[in-house]
Design a protein around this ligand. Structure first.
Ligand code: GTR
Length: 329
């Protein structure tokens, strides 16, 4: 039923887009994809972004973000923004890696020491190199957003060591790298759309998943998977991306206007993110979530060696980038 309703909304949104696109003499409103609920930091920052576009262009550029994933799943939306069926979107670089292998370097477990390290890498030449690889696939990255650190949560028991994941069915985002990651820890990985995870946890199709505090909270996963263990195995940045054809059609002045607005929205997003991470954590703990610290993260890191080996065997050309990230202070 819910799926049907979502499909209906998506169809309505598509139709609305088509009508706007074909109205003569009227600039087409850009349509944006976002997976999160409207009060999420990503959503608020994207709304600020589109407000800035309209104001600063005196209404020449109008854009609207469709929140809550109504325009489809993340892997589909990435394709749609590449092809121009959707004009822009806010994507996690996890699923992006399936399309842009270079982007996978930031999805390697424990590649970043912490959030600050990730910021330094993404805001420098390595971020630019990832952007260039994305542009080759039809996606222009305008700004990087935060997504915190991802940890495991499940309905069975706390995770202290990789052995505690043994035999557990864990949902992962759509990327072979994450399947390898969970398997190297002894679990069974199930790639699945974000919107399916709540029901799957509830009915026992999966035992657990992994995400940051705000997503764990905003999706109500905490109600059906009460053990949250701070493995912090992934720190994956997100991007606001626009279709390359649309980008290339803009004047240099408009490109600047759009990029500046996206970058300013990222400053807001990072601030809202830090606040929401705190609030979400407090909310789920008050609701009875059983949180545990993982004392020996080195055990998890060591278990990831086969993931790195397999990745670098498949992409020897990315070895330099991986080493550069690790060497960034
Ligand atoms: C969230 C992320 C989303 C989506 C989701 C997931 O943290 O912001 O883009 O990737 O995780 O687990 O699918």
């Amino acid at each position: 039923m819910r799926k049907l309703a979502i499909l209906g909304l998506a169809a309505a949104a598509l139709t609305a887009g088509m009508v706007l696109a074909s109205a003569p003499g009227q600039a087409k409103e850009w349509r944006g994809w976002n997976i999160h609920v409207p009060d999420y930091p990503v959503s608020k920052a994207m709304d600020a972004f589109t407000d800035m576009l309209a104001k600063r262009s005196d209404g020449r550029i109008t854009a609207k973000t469709y929140h809550s994933g109504v325009l489809g799943t993340q892997p589909d939306a990435i394709e749609q923004v590449r092809l121009g069926g959707i004009d822009f979107g806010e994507f996690n670089l996890g699923p992006m890696g399936q399309v842009v292998p270079t982007a996978d370097v930031v999805s390697l477990p424990f590649i970043f020491k912490n959030m600050d390290h990730m910021h330094r890498v993404m805001d420098g030449p390595i971020g630019d190199e990832i952007s260039a690889a994305m542009a080759e696939k039809g996606l222009v990255a305008l700004a990087w957003y935060d997504s915190g650190a991802r940890s495991f949560y499940n309905s069975k028991h706390p995770i202290y060591t990789p052995a505690d994941l043994k035999g557990m069915k864990i949902r992962v985002m759509n990327n072979d790298l994450f399947v390898g990651m969970v398997e190297a820890m002894g679990g069974n990985a199930t790639p699945m759309a974000f919107s399916e995870v709540f029901q799957s946890l509830k009915t026992g199709v999966v035992d657990g998943a992994e995400n940051n505090w705000p997503s764990y909270e905003s999706t109500n996963h905490f109600e059906v998977a009460k053990y949250y263990s701070d493995t912090e195995h992934l720190i994956i940045p997100e991007c606001v991306c626009i279709n390359k054809g649309l980008w290339d059609s803009l004047s240099p002045a408009d490109q600047k206007l759009v990029k500046d607005a996206a970058r300013e929205s990222a400053v807001l997003q990072r601030k809202l993110w830090a606040e929401r991470a705190e609030d979400s954590r407090k909310k789920v703990e008050a609701a009875g979530v059983k949180f545990n610290k993982v004392k020996d993260k080195a055990m998890f890191q060591a278990a990831m060696q086969p993931v790195y080996d397999a990745f670098l065997k498949q992409h020897p050309d990315l070895k330099k980038l991986v080493e550069e990230i690790k060497a960034t202070d």
